[in-house]
Design a protein around this ligand. Sequence first.
Ligand SMILES: [Zn+2]
Length: 430
Amino acid sequence: MKDQEKRPRPLKSSLAPRFQKKLGLREKDPSSDTSLEDVEGLDTIYHALLEDAIAVSASDLHLDPGAEDFCLRMRVDGALHDAVLIPKTLSERMLNHFKVQAQLDPGPVIRPSEGWAEYQLDERKIHLRISCMPTVSGDKLSIRIFDAGRIRAEMTELGMNAKQSNLIQEWLGNIQGLFLVVGAVGSGKSTTLYALLNQLRKQTRSVVSIEDPVEYRIEGVNQVQVSPETDFDFPQALRSVMRLDPDDIMFGEIRDPLSAAAAVDAAATGKVLLSTLHSRDAVGAVMSLRNYGVKDHEIAALLETVVSQRLVRTLCDDCKKEVPVSDHDKAWLKSIGRKAPKTLYAAAPEGCGNCGGIGYRGRTGVFEVWRLREKEKALIIEHPAEQVLRQQVRDWGLPSLFDAAWNLLTSGTTSLDEIRPLCGFVAKEE
Ligand SMILES: [Zn+2]
């Protein structure tokens, strides 16, 4: 591969040192001819790859076919990095070996297929979902890593500030109604719900969860998995679960009028219901429920707390740099009504050995925690337009997601690049 310059992104080979070593590829020259004899057993390579992935808490691995080679790409903290180029002659044998781990046909992929494998690392059992897809350049393989040891299922570790934690504790102390966690896919909603379940199971209550799929097992919680193929869907599972005499129900997702009606019915009988929902922010949850046919008086009666959240990457403490704010960024900040500080912390482009060369290490949640008070419930019954409700709630003191992100920025926890996507949540300046 003479055309290294054609690569759209730099290789972060430091993400996969064991894998690279086992492959026998020379770090400086990934295009060197590697004869198959140089390579240790395919199983050793497979283990090295998984060890590397787990060491940097990668959530997904991709083996992407190119014209002359395969690229190993790793998703770490939500961002996908190109790590290692693998010559095609070698990668085909390797791919076949990986497929066999998940009981998939080792031959060329004819149609999309997926299978599960387990990997034992010390005391930890890690589940892998291996998916194959034929593409015009060859077979593509991706591996999703389910590492229960990675989930931070304590409320204190989610990244809420003291005021937000207090609001959650207040709800837990007077537990009732509907508790919703809202945000986009991959915003950490299920981690928040697992942390809440972890709190609830410590109380003398019966806790049942309905999930699709059950990703992490929690001792002391009855976890039920829905399977839409057999018509055992969320609404149906919820009706069955009601017979188990639960106090608290975690209900994977309210995603249509049927599941919304089932959730409202359960909450109306006095059960505590925790669920997720798609909406742009906390107040948006009211609009989503309305769109699913829930009446304003039901929302006002049942909705107690809404947590809206996103994830941002946290800067690596070992290599982050304090940099002056550029004129361009100053102008942008001004346009959204923020005064730019003189300096801010940013990620070092080359990173360091402790962050796999990325410049970031781990993620933290950015939260908006809305506890509905009587005055807010009274307003909802008046059927206000979305903007009216949002503005009123802000005026009554609910900080926006951007406000929370801004605190993380100015404290040096994250960078301007990470919080930029949240600028749509800037509260209106008076
Ligand atoms: Zn670093």
